[in-house]
Design a protein around this ligand. Structure first.
Ligand SMILES: Cc1ncc(COP(=O)(O)O)c(C=O)c1O
Length: 375
């Protein structure tokens, strides 16, 4: 298996734990263990008494039940718990794809969506979206990519890096195209439930199509990436069983404390989501006004889900150099779009409480640069 360097994670590894302001994070403001335990009256005692043995490989039954409860028509046997969505992407691709298969991947996307597909030896066709088209999904282009050996279509909605939710008619059409041909849909839904207007939420792929796998995570909408916990849900249990056989070789089972805290967080997820939606709804207009004030520098399709957006940057030089200079001089971390093969873009995040302060710092820097540029 050959893997290219993971550019997104590599860039983050360089700065994430030293930069003062995270202005590009795709995960929501987090919480402490104590804050989470305070959400249920006797949680502290139950957590203290937790047995630290191995857990069931498919996930603790009480946790699978809590996850299944988030969907309609999904039972706990339709859920496989995994140690992060990242593990899920690895398992699904490697358990279900190989040489001779063809997979279509919506791009630009989180890098493992593309590179882990390639690492299986399957042929990979990007289903490319373009900023110039408002990041629209071209269904005719998708249909033209389908081959007799197309085994899987990977989509990601709401999307990283655009922060845009797929239109319902596009989602339905993708499902129909796949259903008609028996193609598996692997739907990365890690930003689900963070639609800025909850009435725009799409059904989960696993609810509408038997051969679809929905990928979920505690990292993004719920703001708990330190739990390293995710899940795959599908009504096709054979697909999950194949993933489980791979999981025996990756993590065997998930972490018992994480399973406990995840089940608690999911039971109380309305509280988490209410606070997280408050943050994005407060921050996004501030970011929108910033983009408008600097319209000669930034242009974007305003995001409608998740805590990220992906503006185009109009500068003479290299955008990665621009981002590196900003983080060195101001401590504000942006993610250069080159890591998504979109070198004219930057990913910005608005899921942190201190976003207004971070933006102010960035704006001060941009203004000082302009002053320097003036004769
Ligand atoms: C679309 C997408 N899928 C999966 C992941 C991985 O998430 P996790 O933290 O659960 O491994 C990310 C993280 O950025 C992501 O953006």
């Amino acid at each position: 298996m050959k893997l290219k360097p993971f550019r997104i994670e590599h860039y983050y590894a360089k700065y994430e734990f030293t930069a003062q302001f995270m202005l590009s994070s795709s995960d929501m403001q987090s919480r402490s263990v104590a804050e989470l335990l305070a959400l249920e009256p006797d949680a502290r005692e139950r957590f203290d008494a937790l047995w630290l043995g191995y857990t069931e490989s498919s996930g603790a039954p009480y946790l699978r039940e809590a996850i299944a409860g988030m969907y309609s028509g999904i039972s706990s046997d339709d859920v496989l718990v995994i140690s992060s969505a990242e593990e899920g992407i690895f398992l699904v691709y490697h358990a279900l794809l190989g040489v001779g298969d063809h997979v279509i991947v919506e791009t630009p996307c989180y890098e493992s969506g593309l590179e882990l597909a390639r690492s299986t030896g399957a042929e990979v066709s990007p289903w490319q979206r373009y900023f110039e088209d408002g990041w629209a999904h071209d269904l005719a282009a998708l249909e033209a990519l389908i081959r007799p050996n197309t085994k899987m279509i990977y989509i990601n909605t709401p999307s990283n890096p655009t922060g845009i939710n797929m239109k319902p008619e596009v989602f339905a059409a993708v499902m129909d195209l796949a259903k008609e041909r028996g193609i598996i849909v692997f739907c990365d839904e890690v930003y689900r439930e963070l639609e800025h207007d909850p009435s725009t939420r799409l059904p989960a792929a696993c609810e509408v199509y038997e051969n679809a796998i929905s990928l979920g995570s505690m990292s993004k909408s719920y703001g708990l990436p330190g739990l390293r916990l995710g899940w795959s849900a599908s009504r096709n249990r054979d697909l999950l069983e194949k993933c489980l056989h791979f999981k025996y070789y990756t993590t065997i089972c998930s972490s018992a404390p994480s399973e406990f805290l995840t089940a608690l967080a999911l039971r109380q997820r309305k509280i988490l989501l209410t606070r997280n939606l408050e943050i994005v709804r407060r921050n996004l207009p501030i970011l929108e006004a910033f983009v408008a004030r600097h319209e000669s520098l930034f242009s974007w399709v305003k995001p409608n889900a998740s805590p990220i957006g992906f503006p185009r940057v109009t500068i003479a030089g290299d955008v990665t150099d621009f981002c590196e200079q900003i983080v060195r001089e101001t401590g504000v971390l942006l993610l250069p779009g080159g890591v998504y093969d979109q070198p004219q873009h930057v990913r910005m995040g608005y899921g942190r409480l201190n976003m207004p302060e971070a933006l102010e710092r960035l704006e001060g820097h941009l203004q000082s640069q302009n002053l320097k540029l003036e004769p």
